[in-house]
Design a protein around this ligand. Structure first.
Ligand SMILES: C[S@@+](CC[C@H](N)C(=O)[O-])C[C@H]1O[C@@H](n2cnc3c(N)ncnc32)[C@H](O)[C@@H]1O
Length: 220
């Protein structure tokens, strides 16, 4: 079958996101180094997620937008086979360097290079924050497609309503990336529309300037 060349054209926002994280990979990795050690709330949610995946059919788990790979490492150490996919090749290089026993590769959640029903868990920690609203139903559909029935998706994100544009990375280098803050109910509605059932919506540090949320959903 011949492919329509236009079908593979990368949207400008995706190209900007990839380029920005390639430029800022080392700065970002340094910034989040040791984060899970300091965040028992995140660890607690990851522990329950790992338990659900183990109990309800096993892995693998795919860490989508894995960045430097510490979430994949945590889940792997919790006893569930886990691998990571990230848009930015420089992030993949850092993840492989820091966790050489775990598989990481380049890819995008907008077009996952995974077979239908091939994974037991999808985790996306603060990575869908770079997907515009109008592409989120498609991304939720990708998560649903690759999960086996009874598999779970866990999505972490910044809470709010605004889109924040960043033009300077953690290293001080120029970047250009948008961060989309969202209400937990909005995320849950995208997941429901894709076919998921919501297991929980957690609001983290609601009194902070930048609260977070975790939504866990199951493919029936
Ligand atoms: C804020 S970082 C989060 C990294 C890591 N999950 C964490 O919690 O520290 C966002 C990550 O998502 C990746 N990303 C952004 N858009 C993506 C996409 N369409 N597909 C896969 N990864 C993406 C970026 O390259 C970056 O590594």
């Amino acid at each position: 079958m011949t492919q329509d060349a236009g079908a593979h054209q990368e949207p400008a926002w995706l190209l900007r996101t990839r380029t920005s994280y390639d430029i800022d990979a080392s700065g970002y990795a340094e910034r989040v180094h040791g984060l899970l050690g300091a965040r028992s709330d995140l660890r607690a949610h990851l522990d329950v997620f790992a338990e659900f995946v183990r109990r309800d059919g096993g892995g693998p788990i795919v860490d989508v937008g894995c960045g430097p790979g510490y979430v994949a490492r945590y889940l792997h150490d919790a006893g569930v086979e886990t691998f990571g996919i990230d848009l930015a090749p420089e992030m993949v290089t850092i993840a492989r360097r820091d966790h050489p026993h775990i598989h990481f590769r380049q890819g995008t959640m907008t077009d996952l290079d995974l077979e239908d029903r091939s994974v037991g868990g999808v985790v996306a920690f603060w990575s869908t924050i770079h997907i515009p609203d109008d592409s989120m139903p498609h991304v939720a559909g990708e998560f649903f497609r690759v999960l086996r029935p009874n598999g779970c998706v866990l999505i972490g994100f910044h809470v709010g309503d605004a889109i924040q544009h960043s033009s300077t990375g953690y290293t001080g280098a120029p970047i250009s990336v948008d961060t989309h803050r969202r209400r937990p109910g909005t995320m849950s509605d995208w997941l429901r529309e894709a076919g998921f059932r919501i297991e929980w919506e957690s609001l983290l540090r609601p009194d902070d300037e930048s609260p977070g949320a975790l939504v866990l959903a199951r493919r029936p």
